[in-house]
Write a protein that binds this ligand. Structure first.
Ligand SMILES: [Cu+2]
Length: 343
């Protein structure tokens, strides 16, 4: 492959050079693309039985978390009131290496926040103060980079001070006010970034508007991601809340007429887009959750990496309904679940 820096390009000048570099680049990319595709085809073949793809149960106890619990595990931290009257939420988050069984019999050497994927769902109200004692108990430098408003020192990016690279055995306190209201996320921002995210260092960050959102019957969080188990920079499995096929094997139950609110975050690495499709129903969609007025009434939305949004819907009829990525390949490799709507 031809390596030309931006400066070389400017020195040589002209469209012809760009064209040559572009052609070389294209060849390299298409070769990279071909390999994961063949790999995925092999994975497909295992499921080719004419029934729903899927797997058995993983050992949730050994993993230390169960996606059925993560769904509603909103973490307000230790709550107290500061002398100023502001509400304080304090957390302790530890970066830990952990082998997780993501499909039966297959362990993935994950990097986690507090031993789970996704990390804790941090939740507070707009204007509250967040204080996170981040301890690096792993063997690589990591950070916590939040989406939302905060100072540069709290951004968790290399080059911004002590919080920009927390070395193994070290710790740092990230501190900021929760704003703006909406659905956000956090992830490690150490480099190489793709690897640090793909290994499992990410989580949802919910900032409720002052006074809260309108009351609903059930709320749940769904973080969409994938696993590149052979480290070829292409995903082999896709999932919501880490374990492929979990909500297909363990349908999410609620009742006809109940209002459901889903906080949906996409942190999928290596693939450009992810999506969510709801069967036999439509939902109101609030992109980034930063407005209380939905932007769309639909049954399918697309999210790029770090995009997120809030879905609200009600089922009219009882029964089993699928929800899944409408990238069919992702669905067949794990991003597939069921709602069991009870009468
Ligand atoms: Cu990291």
């Amino acid at each position: 492959m031809v390596h030309l820096s931006r400066r070389d390009f400017l020195k040589l000048g002209g469209v012809a050079v760009f064209g040559a570099a572009g052609a070389a680049g294209t060849t390299a990319i298409s070769r990279e693309r071909a390999a994961p595709h063949q790999h995925n085809m092999a994975a497909h073949a295992q499921h080719d039985h004419g029934s729903l793809p899927g797997t058995g149960e993983v050992d949730h106890e050994k993993n230390g978390f169960n996606p059925s619990d993560i769904l509603t595990d909103f973490d307000y931290g230790e709550v107290s009131i500061l002398p100023t009257g502001q509400t304080l939420h304090e957390y302790k988050i530890v970066a830990i290496n952990r082998n997780l069984e993501i499909v039966p019999g297959m362990e993935f050497p994950a990097w986690t926040y507090n031993g789970r994927i996704p990390g804790p769902t941090i939740r507070a109200s707009e204007g509250d103060h967040i204080r996170i004692r981040f301890i690096n108990g792993s063997d690589h430098a990591h950070t916590m980079h939040f989406h939302g408003f905060h100072s540069a020192e709290m951004d968790g990016v290399p080059g911004t001070g002590a919080g920009g690279s927390v070395e193994p055995g070290q710790e740092f306190v990230y501190e900021f006010d929760a704003e703006p209201f909406g659905l956000h996320l956090y992830h490690c921002h150490a480099f190489p970034l793709a690897r640090h995210i793909a290994k499992g260092l990410y989580g949802a960050f919910i900032v409720d508007p002052k006074g809260g959102r309108p009351q609903v019957d059930r709320e749940m969080v769904m973080v969409m991601s994938g696993f590149d188990v052979d480290f070829d920079d292409a995903n082999d499995f896709y999932a919501v809340n880490a374990i492929p096929f979990h909500y297909q094997n363990n349908p999410i139950q609620f009742r006809v007429g109940e209002t459901i609110r889903i906080y949906l975050v996409n942190i999928l690495e290596f693939d450009l887009l992810n999506s969510f499709h709801l069967h036999a129903n439509f939902f109101n969609y609030y992109p980034t959750g930063t407005s209380l007025t939905p932007s769309e009434f639909t049954d399918t939305i697309i999210q790029g990496q770090a995009q997120r949004g809030i879905l609200e819907f009600i089922y009219k009829y009882p029964g089993m309904y699928m929800f899944h990525a409408h990238v069919t390949e992702f669905a067949e490799l794990g991003w597939n679940g069921m709602f069991e709507v009870l009468p």
